[in-house]
Design a protein around this ligand. Structure first.
Ligand code: NAD
Ligand code: MG
Length: 395
């Protein structure tokens, strides 16, 4: 690359974090690491900070601080703990920030990087779902550059370069369909955590893997695409594409459809964002098109995957509803992973929470981060209250 780039990794110990670190290690001379953060895994964070030669390591959970400090002793790497420390990591002067914290916990730190006009590799889709208009408004104000890491949005971002925005007719986000793509409804309702964690194509963190099984992931991505690209819900189509080879398509006014293809390896979109507008080696095997006998596409089944229907309805309803949907989904996925809620209960809990939050007048368009986080908070407690009844009903 023409110039060395300083980078910060928010969520360094996760799945996206690991792929990013692999790319940095393969392209050492191009990057210098400023800060790294994690939620609680102090040992893993210290190891990453040492091997990347970071200046600063922040752990969100204060109870893990002593362990982090011990593990960094003698390294000269500064450390701190708490949510404010994670925000501080984002504020430090790095050119480029990977936003790969999972859930709405990523909102404040990502906005801290946005506020200083950084380049943001945005993996954390939940922050756009939770506070999309607000987030994009801050991006406009600060002149930050958002580079979509999510593979479908990265595909759209790359394909959009083929024409003018005003000539875009629609976009297509593809979905693998997850492990239950061909399962009958009755079987899906009894799906176990272990079955839901078996993603056919991608290896990812637990939360997004469950979101892929319910197809809530595609629902969140629909809302993410609406904000990132300024498109109406009706211009964003979702198609199930079991091979996960075509990640996204842009259709222009004249009927041309520009697609981006690539192997199912997150290092491809991450590498694109890390080096943008240049390109670096991702060291992934080339897609063997001759061996790919078939590429197939089908419309999603909204009866078996109600989460997708809910996300569309919420997109039409406006931002406060999306905040509630995201919060309720985080609660529902946690409960499912803890085996306190059945698979069918996930979408049911989200639907009931959004409806009830609306009934109680909580669904206003967030005007500030505090506002978005307050709707998030209220929706989480509402979901927690509704959980026992939904869990009993759906079992
Ligand atoms: P993960 O669970 O593997 O990692 C999450 C990271 O965030 C970890 O470093 C964890 O320590 C940190 N974290 C979690 N909670 C935190 C909190 N409260 N405060 C501070 N840090 C916290 O998740 P992942 O699969 O790497 O996904 C990260 C984000 O990227 C998600 O928003 C996900 O939707 C998105 N994404 C992931 C993939 C993928 O292939 N994994 C693809 C597209 C988008
Ligand atoms: Mg995706």
């Amino acid at each position: 690359m023409a110039k060395q780039r300083t980078i910060t990794l928010l969520g360094a110990t996760g799945s996206i974090g690991a792929s990013t670190i692999d790319l940095i290690e393969r392209n050492r001379g191009n990057f210098r690491v400023e800060a790294v953060t994690a939620s609680r895994n102090a040992t893993a964070l210290a190891k990453i900070a040492r091997s990347l030669g970071a200046q600063f390591a922040a752990i969100a959970d204060p109870a893990c601080y002593a362990e982090l400090k011990d593990a960094l002793a003698g390294s000269g790497i500064e450390s701190a703990a708490g949510n404010e420390a994670v925000v501080e990591a984002a504020q430090r002067p790095a050119d480029w920030v990977m936003a790969a914290i999972t859930g709405s916990a990523g909102l404040k730190p990502t906005l801290a990087a946005v506020a200083r006009g950084a380049f943001i590799g945005l993996a954390n889709k939940e922050c756009l779902v939770c506070a999309g208009s607000l987030f994009m408004g801050k991006v406009q104000e600060s002149g930050a550059t958002v580079l979509p890491v999510d593979s479908e949005h990265n595909a759209i971002f790359q394909a959009l370069a083929a024409g003018r925005r005003e000539d875009v007719k629609k976009i297509v986000l593809t979905a693998s369909g997850g492990p239950f793509r061909t399962w009958p409804l009755a079987l899906m309702q009894k799906a176990t955590v272990e079955q839901a964690l078996q993603h056919p194509n991608w290896s990812m963190g637990r939360k997004i893997t469950i979101d892929s099984a319910t197809m809530m992931n595609k629902g969140l991505e629909l809302i993410e695409a609406h904000h990132l690209f300024g498109l109406a819900g009706g211009q964003i189509e979702v198609l199930v594409h079991p091979q996960s080879t075509v990640h996204g398509v842009v259709e222009f006014r004249d009927g041309s459809m520009i697609a981006q293809m690539g192997p199912t390896d997150m290092r491809v979109p991450i590498a694109h964002c890390l080096a943008w507008p240049e390109r670096i080696e991702a060291a992934v095997p080339s897609l063997d098109l001759a061996r790919l006998a078939n590429l197939s596409f089908e419309a999603p089944d909204l009866v078996r995957f109600p989460a997708l229907r809910l996300a569309r309805a919420v997109l039409e309803a406006g931002n406060g509803a999306a905040t509630a949907l995201n919060a309720a989904n985080e609660v529902a996925v946690d409960a499912f992973l803890a085996k306190r809620l059945g698979f069918a209960g996930i979408a049911a809990l989200v639907e009931e929470t959004v409806t009830e939050a609306g009934r109680r007048g909580h669904l206003r368009e967030p005007a500030s981060v505090e506002d978005a986080l307050s709707v998030d908070h209220v929706s989480r407690s509402l979901a927690a209250d509704l959980l026992p009844r939904i869990a009993a009903k759906a079992s």
